[in-house]
Design a protein around this ligand. Sequence first.
Ligand SMILES: CC(C)(COP(=O)(O)OP(=O)(O)OC[C@H]1O[C@@H](n2cnc3c(N)ncnc32)[C@H](O)[C@@H]1OP(=O)(O)O)[C@@H](O)C(=O)NCCC(=O)NCCS
Length: 177
Amino acid sequence: MPIPVTVVSEPSKSAVRIRRAVPDDAAAIVSVLAIVAAERVHSAIDRVWTVEQERSYLELLSPREVIYVAVNERSEIVGLQILDRWSSLESMAHVGQVGTFLLPAQRGRGVGHQLWNATASFAREAGYRKLAIQVRGTNTRALAFYRGIGFRECGRLTRQVVIDGKEDDEVLMELFV
Ligand SMILES: CC(C)(COP(=O)(O)OP(=O)(O)OC[C@H]1O[C@@H](n2cnc3c(N)ncnc32)[C@H](O)[C@@H]1OP(=O)(O)O)[C@@H](O)C(=O)NCCC(=O)NCCS
């Protein structure tokens, strides 16, 4: 009797490339952020800022701050990862904060890890000694993603986010570079 073969369908690996964002990417970045914010469940961002605000943010990034974007074969931005300073205080100049936003179709294909490879090496070069993030308590995929790249949970702000009347915690995570 033939042995039954189970075919497991896996999401295809990504074919994106990673590059540094420039001010002209502002509109595409805002449009990715708007799609993630509209999902309402992943981020504390409930309303996205304007293209002009994003452009000026990009223009004013210090040499120690960066956005990496993931672009597809048509050169469209399909995801991004931000690294900027946690605080403008000199006492916290060694601490960076990270945020990652992928379009729905790009999730679970390794794009987050591709972005992280670029961000982690930038963070080391830029002299950060630790990175910190806040992740919504219900965002199990993001918690798993950040754990997987070495972040550990170090605190919880209870009922910190309210979006559309629904409360959520913010989990604090940190990583020593
Ligand atoms: C969170 C995010 C950045 C992760 O990037 P990604 O490329 O999709 O990461 P992956 O799904 O490939 O991997 C994340 C890990 O979570 C696991 N995972 C995947 N889907 C999951 C799910 N639904 N629930 C729990 N864990 C999940 C994977 O197994 C993987 O673990 P591994 O590295 O040990 O294999 C991306 O999904 C995203 O942008 N989501 C929407 C926005 C968001 O939540 N941003 C974070 C705000 S703090």
